[in-house]
Design a protein. Structure first.
Length: 390
């Protein structure tokens, strides 16, 4: 089965604390993706260190080829128990999804993971085993396209306790909320931002505990091809356009000169809009067979700003409305975030004097710098990026 594992998380620090006592680690290997969420005992610096220790040990072991059972056993034997409260110094949840579609879930003292399929909560067979006196719950199952997993720290199910709600939000209430809302969201980030925003509201902006939401969604592969900048040699124009138009997926052209090349090679007209949806972003254009045609440097710069804001761990659900904008940058950001798992970048290396900055080396234009930043941002979101230079 061909799929993409979309992962995003959001956290709230306990009110008055500078550090969060929850920690998340995502490890993308050749054959699987592993997501680890740990909740350190207490809050503040101590909890942050304990949670970081847990996620780093598990993440590093798996990244270096250790079996997940070894990682779980190492943590179970490493983490001490508080002598006063008789509680483990850190709890954790681990989800491992293989490229084959097989998945394994390990849980230790965290709230149970929410597993939704077609918008409905489902349960999977769980077995328990004791490792160094700790009860670890383990599940094995197969995933399907559209499946969603939501991991939460106990700050989520305690949201609002003693304030807006007498006994907190409770696991069952969160499950009901997810069933009603998950299906209409298209990305893991939107799910995580939605749930953390509700928690923040229930806490009335003053969280009584560290609160973390990790969303994992099994997405179909979505390809986007982006062509920006003319090739050094004009004789390569046809070759680049031919490669750019190959395959399925969304086609995006950035830059006026690039659009003229595509128009000429394909023999199709450019129809430029004169409507400004944002005074800082130039209008878009249309070429038959191309999904989006934008201006170059200004649009790319604004697109990067939007994606960087989206990737921030402080984003809230209301902030995501910027992706519904009608200007070229918002449209491009929407495509790259919500409709792209694999990005192919076709980059022409011809220099445009208007894009030169005297503070940059002579061989580095603003355009190249922006395209490099865009590629790294997309990789930070877990997307696969391929770059071709002409």
């Amino acid at each position: 089965m061909s799929f993409f594992i979309d992962v995003a998380y959001e956290s709230l620090n306990k009110y008055g604390e500078e550090l969060c006592g929850d920690k998340v680690e995502v490890v993308r290997g050749d054959d699987c993706v592993v997501v680890v969420m740990a909740d350190g005992l207490g809050s503040g610096v101590k909890a942050n260190i304990l949670a970081t220790l847990t996620t780093k040990i598990i993440g590093t072991m798996l990244e270096r080829g250790a079996h997940i059972d070894e990682a779980v056993e190492t943590i179970a034997h490493t983490l001490p128990v508080c002598n006063v409260r008789k509680l483990a110094y850190s709890t954790f949840s681990i989800l491992q999804v293989f490229n084959s579609g097989e998945a394994r879930l390990f849980e230790f003292d965290n709230p149970p993971v929410f597993f939704l399929r077609e918008g409905k909560l489902i349960s999977v067979p769980t077995r328990c085993r004791t490792i160094n006196g700790r009860m670890i719950k383990e599940s094995s199952f197969d995933v399907s396209l559209g499946d969603t997993f939501v991991m939460v720290s106990d700050g989520v199910i305690h949201a609002g306790v003693g304030a807006t709600l007498n006994f907190g939000w409770k696991w069952e209430n969160v499950a009901d909320y997810l069933e009603r809302n998950v299906k209409r969201e298209t990305t893991a980030k939107a799910i995580a931002a939605l749930l953390i925003t509700v928690c923040d509201s229930l806490y009335m902006g003053m969280p009584g505990d560290d609160t973390t939401v990790v969303a994992v969604r099994i997405q179909p592969v979505k390809e986007v091809s982006l062509f920006a900048g003319p090739p050094i040699s004009k004789s390569d124009d046809e070759k680049v356009v031919e490669e750019f138009m190959k395959g399925n997926g969304i086609k995006v052209v950035c830059g006026g000169t690039t659009a003229q090349i595509v128009s000429r090679v394909l023999g199709r007209e450019i129809n430029t809009s004169l409507e400004y949806h944002d005074p800082l972003v130039p209008p878009t254009a249309k070429i038959d067979g191309i999904d989006l045609v934008t201006e170059g440097v200004l649009t790319l710069s604004r697109t990067i700003e939007i994606i960087r804001c989206y990737a921030s761990d402080k984003v809230r659900y209301k902030d995501l409305k910027i992706l519904r904008g009608q200007d070229g940058a918002a449209k491009l950001a929407h495509i790259l975030i919500e409709n792209c798992t694999h990005l192919r970048m076709f980059i022409g290396r011809a220099m445009n004097p208007a894009h030169q900055n005297p503070n940059f080396p002579v061989n580095l234009s603003i355009k190249f710098k922006l395209l490099g930043e865009l590629a790294e941002l997309m990789r930070s979101l877990g997307k696969t990026v391929e770059q071709y230079y002409y």
